[in-house]
Design a binder for this molecule. Structure first.
Ligand SMILES: [Zn+2]
Length: 72
């Protein structure tokens, strides 16, 4: 039996890597603002690009009791 191979557009591995790298760079260059939050429940600190605190939850405990931490 022939193993199933997902359809792949014509591209060599190198080109795919390049694209990923370019996308990564574009994201970084666009300098999406990073917000540092501290969890009021477990005091865990984490960064998020989400500016609306209400949409952010602690990755450790899932709490929405967060404060912003001044950076820079
Ligand atoms: Zn937490």
């Amino acid at each position: 039996m022939t193993p199933f191979k997902p359809y792949q557009p014509e591209s060599r591995p190198g080109e795919t890597m390049g694209l990923v790298e370019r996308v990564k760079r574009a994201v970084t260059d666009d300098a999406e603002e990073q917000y540092t939050y501290r969890c009021g429940r477990c005091e865990s600190e984490f960064e998020s690009t989400e500016a609306h605190m209400g949409k952010v939850e602690c990755p450790d405990c899932g709490s929405h009791d967060l404060r912003t931490v001044a950076t820079g």
